[in-house]
Design a protein around this ligand. Sequence first.
Ligand code: F6P
Length: 542
Amino acid sequence: MTDRVSLPQTPEWQKLLELRQKPLANLSTLFREEPSRARRYIVGAAGLVLDYSKNLVDSEILQALFALAERAGLRDATAALFRGDEVNNTEHRPALHMLLRSPGNAGAREQEVHAALTRLEDFVAKVHTGRWKGYSDKAIRTVVNIGIGGSDLGPAMAAEALAPYHVRNFTCHFVSNVDPLHLEQTLAPLDPATTLFVIASKTFTTLETMQNANAARAWALTAGVPTTELGKHFVAVSANVEKAAAFGIAPANIFPMWDWVGGRYSLWSAIGLPIALAVGMDNFRELLHGAHQMDEHFRISEPAANMPVLLGLLTYWYYHAYGTESHAVLPYVQNLHLFPAFLQQLDMESLGKQVDRDGNKLDSQSGGIIWGSAGTNGQHSFHQLLHQGTRLIPADFIAALESHSSNREAHLHLLSNCFAQSQALMEGKSQMQAHAELLQQGTPAAEAQWLAPFKVCPGNRPSNTIMMRRLTPATLGALTALYEHKVFVQSVLLNMNAFDQWGVELGKVLSSSVYQALTAGSSCTRFDASTNALINMVRDNG
Ligand code: F6P
């Protein structure tokens, strides 16, 4: 533990709190007063444009936020991250996911990365050309990725996001949950002769993945794959070659992972194998390229022009000066519908901690709750709370100028809805407006008077809009890296290690003793009364 001054106690933060007390004109007024605001608060890089003009900030607040970042040592922390310092100090590791997408080939690690990419490339080519055959000499047509958390969410999100780039006559499935139906339902329509399993686990010890991998092997054997031919249907991605080999995967078919890549930052490594199989290696390399462009943008741009820094500072501003609890991510691109779920792990596993990197209890809130879903679906569901609920929930809208579909009309409806949502959140509707509108519609005066308050939307609700020309492998790479670095910025402001996740351990350990109790000979009395009763309910049920 150290006696480092934490950010909330610094004069830079006190200054921000003072600014928070001063009434800031509402957003609509700010735009009226300064028509150039929309042009001023916009930055672009790596094929993305961030419009952050609809945020509760002015230039004085932004300058104060930049000073806060300086005070937090963001510049040095970023340099340390890219240099490969031991930023994951509880596990004594660097966090070098940026190396996985760097074209550089100078160091030993880079060379390993490039060698692994070449192996991946060879393998993908063999599968796609049919040179890799199943036990009955048929080409592989289906891949089932078995993994969880970072070994599932990133690849599943990216494979889905890049659906327009999918290799023809080839399908990818993702099984993560230990609920047996997840695997069983996925496998039911599949032909074992043309199915390849990728067992993706950095540690190769994760219970869910091991359970599903064993069940998949049993399925293949039952379906007629000879034991001696199983190797044609199972490959692995892991940092634990010994365990993967013990499972029965030939070392030549185990693709590497490294301890300096965190699970939730690993889609760029061989963990991205299902992405490469789904969209081809050229597109996978484009994904890496887009992310690398964002890395460079983050590494060298000044804070005022730096997208991850701006997003991180704005979120910090809302969490800590406005007491917001959550942040909504609303992609108006259907293929990004898994992006919020991916971000939940990225952000909440990285920032959901109660002590700083020195072990001191945080004297502010940790990271918050990330949630959202693809627009326009959310509009007919939870957007009501965004517009009229009592909580302030900042939101990120994500949209593309062009669709992969030729239905321009529908795409323009999609964009209209996206822009109208951020506009509505900002402008809201006053009681007077609602009342006037009702009268105009011919509502009787008494009814209009009564109904108007229900229609009030307070407005002045902040949002960012992130635009891209199209969702391509490169823009997806940039978008994903943008959020990775945003999370890093927040971690620096919190003086937190973003790269460990000790909190998930307790549940894992307890689940193994609960499992023992569920399968033991006598009724359970060893836990608390509620847990005992739940366990005994299962036991009594046979
Ligand atoms: O849920 C905890 C976690 O450790 C994640 O951080 C990780 O992505 C996931 O489990 C899967 O781990 P592995 O790749 O080792 O199976």
